[in-house]
Design a protein around this ligand. Structure first.
Ligand code: PAF
Length: 291
């Protein structure tokens, strides 16, 4: 696997590539979940000759002032080995000066109804930071397709929406969330957990599963209402907080636009997703479960 650090070196690679790349953007500190995205990209490439390209860039624009930008683990050498083992052809790993040679004052601002709810309500400006860097990376890499994990469910939806509205010729693929044996979704931030917190962390997914059972039972009985949903959401929040978590949200939403389902949709087959974010000690974990 080749690693390039500059736009000029990347553009030379792009000019020589037999087909437009399949792209997996990351912030590094990789785990098996990322590697599954690389393998998905490899499958999408098939025997077309399209190179599988990953990027590693810790994007300052998407971190809030009290978030972990400075301490976010930078593990380039290990990441390179992992990417190579998963079938990545080229890694684009620019420095901050290379990607943002001037302050990035042109930004891609996603619509408030999609980007200021859920994660966006607790991380102001997060999706503007994500869209700005992803749009810029798309302009640089010029991929035909890109793969994003479903663990960051809202991010995947925002990116799909951006690509559609901006008419970018890029197919967006969602990769399934990889989980540890006990059900904890793999995440770069799991490394921040102490041993006790790691054992407790599985409760987030357990809470989502309980909400899913409640929704399915209410749906089957034809008695699902928006009020009942609020009850399930609050019950899950209180159960986590009683164990010492500090929950930002547990919410049941429509898969298609992340808005609140109405009663008719709840009792029909409207695809739903339960999304949660909660803090355990100093670590904020997110997860989701489709219904
Ligand atoms: O999901 C991530 O790791 C980041 O948000 C992304 C898409 C690489 C943009 O910085």
């Amino acid at each position: 696997m080749l690693t390039v650090h500059t736009l000029a070196d990347w553009r030379a690679q792009l000019a020589a590539a037999p087909a437009a790349p399949i792209f997996v953007p990351t912030m590094g500190n990789l785990h098996d979940g990322h590697l599954a995205l690389i393998r998905r990209a490899r499958e999408l490439s098939g025997d077309s000759g399209a190179p599988v390209v990953a990027s590693i860039f810790v994007n300052r624009l998407q971190f809030g002032p009290n978030e972990d930008f400075d301490t976010y683990p930078r593990t380039l050498q290990r990441d390179q080995e992992l990417l190579a083992s998963a079938g990545c052809d080229i890694l684009f790993a620019p420095s901050e000066a290379e990607l943002y040679p001037q302050p990035q004052t042109y930004k891609v601002v996603p619509p408030t109804e999609l980007a200021d709810i859920l994660e966006g309500a607790f991380r102001p400006g997060f999706f503007t930071g994500v869209c700005t860097v992803v749009h810029k990376l798309f302009n640089i890499i010029q991929p035909q397709a890109a793969v994003f994990g479903k663990k960051d469910y809202q991010q995947l939806m925002v990116i799909r929406n951006m690509v559609q509205q901006m008419a970018l010729p890029i197919a967006i693929h969602g990769g399934e969330t990889l989980r540890a044996d006990d059900g904890l979704a793999l995440s770069s931030r799991n490394g921040y957990l102490s041993a006790d917190e790691r054992a407790e962390a599985v409760q987030l997914q357990a809470a989502l599963r309980r909400v899913r059972e409640q929704v399915l039972a209410a749906r089957q009985a034809g008695v699902a209402t928006v009020e009942a949903l609020h009850g399930f959401e609050q019950g899950a929040t209180q159960a986590l907080d009683a164990r010492g978590w500090r929950t930002d949200y547990v919410l049941v939403r429509r898969q298609r636009d992340l808005l609140v389902p109405d009663a008719a949709e709840l009792n029909a087959a409207e695809p739903l997703v339960i999304l949660a974010a909660s803090k355990l000690g100093r670590t904020r974990l997110i997860d989701n479960l489709e219904v």
